[in-house]
Design a protein around this ligand. Structure first.
Ligand code: 13P
Ligand code: SF4
Length: 300
């Protein structure tokens, strides 16, 4: 029996379902029952009846599934797969801004630890951040931890006072506007599709800015045949699947999230066999963090 066949057999035996983000390896995307962006995956996790969820992604994703599905087994193929940005704000920074403004909403990117979510009023993903911030009753918004997404939201919702901190995704921060322009010179007809975790210099070159799912559906709908992609290169697998006749180019320095690439077929098989690597959230933070996430699902 191949490893894929053993995974499928164990999934049936254990009433398990596999969720995968677009940044994981192609062979993992191929065995997943659901592939998507962070918003789709959290909404899906919350609605699934299965006893076990194998979450092929980084730890904030597993924590979110644990918070939204407290009675299920949520298994992480690699418990060390973590998002560095998810830790890039302190309680002191949040408290200092709360002290300064009476009318403040603390909005956290879903790419944050459960503890950070417990200090926040509502969570957002790149797919719904602008909509949720626009509709909040508060004028003052503290957006944590991603300074790049925060700056993008501030530009889209100028009626709000959006305060940001210093967090960033190292993968998107290192996408260079010059390398995007080099691809544009080589492929002048190509449209530039960028994730809002990129710097302003990159977003200035973009024809479309959106989440990973947004980028994929834009490429499907566009009449153009060529695209320059400013996000992690794992999205290429789904882009090619959905657009076999279109061409996709990445910056010369390929954007790769090493944490997402830690997930392998062997590790998926291992957690299904053993039930190890349960995603966990401390009891002190769970209730508040779950409320922050549930508010996102309600408002999105
Ligand atoms: P989305 O898939 O929600 O756009 O998020 C990108 C990301 O960086 C996830 O870690
Ligand atoms: Fe975190 Fe960036 Fe990796 Fe996404 S791509 S998990 S934001 S480090």
């Amino acid at each position: 029996m191949t490893i894929t066949e053993r995974i499928k057999q164990l999934k049936r035996e254990k009433d398990a379902v596999i969720l995968a983000h677009y940044y994981v390896r192609p062979e993992i995307q191929d065995i997943a029952d659901y592939i998507g962006d962070s918003f789709y995956l959290s909404r899906t996790a919350a609605s699934l009846p299965n006893r076990t969820i194998v979450y092929c992604g980084v730890s904030f994703m597993g924590e979110s599934a644990r918070l939204l599905c407290p009675d299920r087994d949520v298994l992480m193929p690699d418990i060390c797969a973590d998002c560095p940005m998810a830790h890039m704000v302190t309680k002191g920074e949040v408290d200092a801004v709360r002290d300064q403004y009476g009318d403040l909403a603390v909005v956290c990117y879903i790419n944050s630890t459960a503890e950070i979510k417990s200090w926040s009023d509502v969570s957002v993903t790149s797919a719904n951040a602008v909509k949720i911030v626009r509709n909040l009753p508060n004028k003052n918004i503290l957006f944590i931890p991603d300074k790049n997404l925060g700056r993008h939201i501030a530009g889209q919702v100028p009626e709000k006072n959006v305060i940001t901190v210093r967090g960033y995704c190292p993968v998107h921060e290192h996408i260079s506007a010059d390398e995007i322009m080099q691809q544009k010179e080589a492929h002048p007809e190509a449209e530039v599709l960028a994730h809002p975790e990129c710097t302003q210099a990159v977003l200035n070159k973009a024809d479309y800015i959106g989440s990973t799912s947004g980028i994929i559906s834009y490429a499907v709908k566009s009449q153009k045949k060529e695209f320059i992609i400013a996000t992690e290169s794992g999205v290429l697998h789904e882009l090619k699947k959905q657009n076999p006749d279109k061409e996709f180019y990445f910056p010369a320095t390929e954007p790769i999230c090493n944490d997402m690439k830690l997930i392998t077929l062997e590790k998926v098989l291992h957690v299904l066999q053993t039930g190890e690597n349960q995603a966990s959230v401390s009891a002190e933070t769970a209730d508040r963090a779950a409320a922050t996430l549930t508010r996102m699902l309600d408002l999105a």
